[in-house]
Design a protein around this ligand. Sequence first.
Ligand SMILES: O=C(O)CCC(=O)C(=O)O
Ligand SMILES: [Fe+2]
Length: 263
Amino acid sequence: MNMNVKPRIAWSEKAEEKLTGCAMCHLFRGVTPFIRIRNFATPEECEALVQAAVAEGFSAYRGVEPVINRIGNTVFEYNSISKHEYFEKNLSLKAVQDRMFAKSFNPLERFLELLRARTGTAVGVASNTEGQDYYAGLMRRIEKGTQLHVDYAPGEQPDWDIASIKEQLVWNLYLRVSDTNSGRTHVFNRQWQPSDDDRKEGIYGDNKSVVDRCEEASFSPDVGDIVIFNTRNFHYVEPTKGERVAFTSAIGRTADDEMVLWS
Ligand SMILES: O=C(O)CCC(=O)C(=O)O
Ligand SMILES: [Fe+2]
């Protein structure tokens, strides 16, 4: 008998608190549920960014139920409209983002620098073959919760350059949270497969039966913290009592082991 066998640690217990190349690898491989980076930004910085955003004005994602308000551009919304219009829209929306950053701070640049420093990997905003940048860094209010879903460009936006990424994560920096006991994010130890599309519901949701008997991890959104998780894993957000504002983008791992960001 081997007495050195360690007890199995549940997937939900494997969350990490240090951003390292290894921790990112674990997430890309789906062997850990999330990485939490505490105090990435001060409460004052977060509040200043929210105030700058409120001054610009939020508007709703097209056709999404429950309603999600946001500032910025998304591939999700232009997938069935046009790539050309998406890249054209980026120019004015990038100017809005610059105005908000000028009144507060630039979480996108700070995060890119941190990722480069901690992983030693090339990291940048994604661009298309003509060299046009994707939009990265959405301000988002998920206050009425989300449906169970995945975010995975190779499965969902196969005609876009970002569909060539091998794995997809998201980072959310929580900026204003009225009640940290509600609005928790739940992530399941179950990754999307093409055959799961049979269980799609509505514009972006999935039938809950896909995660029957799957392990589940959850975390609360705390102001100033970033949480990174693998969005090929099924996940959803609970409704919130009050406000829940975050700054967010996807992180893709390319075939060359570099990382690209977009929203
Ligand atoms: O707001 C969150 O905690 C997660 C929202 C979500 O579905 C995502 O970032 O992919
Ligand atoms: Fe998501």
